[in-house]
Design a protein around this ligand. Structure first.
Ligand code: C5P
Length: 274
């Protein structure tokens, strides 16, 4: 049996530069990963797929999970049988801007690559990832990177310090497509050059205003995080999960206590940059 972590991704900054003719948007984004996420296990043998964990119900009735699509993509690309028993421990809220489904798909590709002796940097593996979704290549890489194009063209960045991080989701599922479609079309400029954290601090998430127009509670989440004195507090991806990074563990601990007291229904994850 292979156990493969599927860590949550956060977009430290996400600048939308242009609408494309193919319906996608040209991005510049700083991808980072945290130490926690979903966990996927795989055992070769008869095909099955089970979901456990706190957010298992959110996937009930979903037809074709990205994990199974990833396995089919791998089998087709490498000419191998990729059947087996998958168990997905769904610890991250779904449709929440932290890569859940993309992270799971990337974890499936990593598990199968290990099993079949395929290098994790094999371009064919990235081609399979690319076909599964814009964030899957970044999740396959699994380290801080600058993403351009749809987010699939990646340049690795220096490792980030393991800063304490807090992820907060108001448990409102937000679909990515409608958020991009609600973007106002204004190019607010590139991500600054420099050290990764400085670039993040000087950046923004251009999807935050359109996401807030769809789910206004996101504004309240960012405001609550800002009030805890973080280095940075921002929405991730197309929302609704927001994150904050802190210099000290104690500040993060105090922040989560304050947010749990003010908004007991929100999902909070205490973690750190990976
Ligand atoms: O690539 P993926 O299937 O994850 O994207 C989901 C949706 O998000 C796309 O159908 C598109 O509407 C939107 N999207 C976009 N520009 C990107 C990435 C995603 O418009 N760079």
């Amino acid at each position: 049996m292979i156990t493969e972590p599927a860590p949550a991704k956060i977009n430290l900054a996400l600048h939308v530069r242009a609408r494309r003719a193919d319906g996608y948007h040209e991005l510049e984004t700083l991808f980072a990963f945290v130490a926690d996420g979903d966990v996927l296990t795989f055992a070769p043998g008869p095909a099955s797929f089970a979901v456990t964990g706190p957010f298992a119900d959110s996937l009930a009735g979903e037809g074709d999970n990205l994990v199974l699509r990833a396995a089919r993509g791998f089998a087709d690309a490498f000419g191998v049988a990729a059947e087996g028993a998958w168990v997905l421990d769904k610890r991250l809220p779904v449709a929440s801007g932290i890569g859940g489904g993309s992270a799971d798909a990337a974890a499936a590709l990593r598990a199968l690559a290990r099993l079949h002796g395929v290098g994790l940097d094999d371009p064919r593996l990235f081609a399979v990832a690319d076909a599964l979704g814009s964030d899957v290549p970044a999740c396959l890489l699994g380290r801080a990177a600058l993403g351009t194009g749809r987010g699939e063209q990646l340049v690795p960045l220096d490792d980030l310090p393991p800063l304490p991080a807090l992820l907060v989701n108001p448990l409102v599922a937000v679909s990515t497509g409608p958020v991009f479609r609600a973007w106002d079309g204004v190019d607010r400029g590139p991500i600054a050059e420099g050290a990764t954290l400085a670039r993040a601090l000087a950046g923004r998430n251009d999807l935050e205003p359109p996401a807030r127009s769809i789910a206004p509670v996101i504004g309240a989440v960012v405001a609550r995080l800002q009030a805890t004195g973080p280095l940075i507090a921002r929405m991730s991806g197309s929302g609704a999960t927001c994150f904050a990074l802190y210099e000290e563990e104690a500040a993060r601990t105090a922040a989560v206590a304050a947010i749990r007291a003010a908004a007991p229904d929100w999902w909070c994850l205490e973690t750190r940059l990976a």
